[in-house]
Design a protein around this ligand. Structure first.
Ligand code: AMP
Length: 122
């Protein structure tokens, strides 16, 4: 599984193309999806070069793994969809590879919320 340094999220990470940034720390960058599927649709990506969740789960360090999971929680709070607030709640999902429908080959967690997100799989 080789990483394509020219994928769109790699370009966003390098600052070569803009994004609507939500949050950034040592481990993650989060930004609004360009084509939102729900009222709120954010993406959380690790800063490291990982093609997908398979790649990340086998190669990332413990710090990167915890950093990504904590980053997702932080972003959910920042965009107001966290379940700690009344009327909150969200869905987070990851598409992996061809059958998973992954389009961008840099691992990303989607966060959907701001409304009822409907059935899990359509
Ligand atoms: P996936 O199908 O899981 O690979 O999702 C890729 C997501 O990236 C889609 O929801 C796209 O709308 C989103 N996307 C593609 N290009 C950009 C971009 N330049 N900025 C923000 N989101 C993007």
């Amino acid at each position: 599984m080789s990483y394509d340094k020219n994928n769109i999220f790699a370009k966003i990470l390098r600052g070569e193309i803009p994004c609507k940034k939500i949050y950034e720390d040592e481990f993650v960058l989060a930004f609004h999806d360009i084509n939102p599927q729900k009222k709120v649709h954010a993406l959380v990506i690790p800063k490291g070069e990982y093609v997908n969740l398979d790649d990340f789960s086998s190669k990332a360090s413990e710090k990167e793994i915890s950093g990504l999971i904590r980053g997702i929680g932080t972003v959910a709070k920042k965009i107001g969809v966290s379940d700690v607030v009344k009327g909150g709640g969200y869905r987070s999902l990851v598409n992996v590879g061809e059958n998973g429908g992954q389009e961008v080959p840099h691992l990303h967690f989607h966060i959907f919320g701001g409304e009822k997100v409907g059935k899990m799989v359509s």
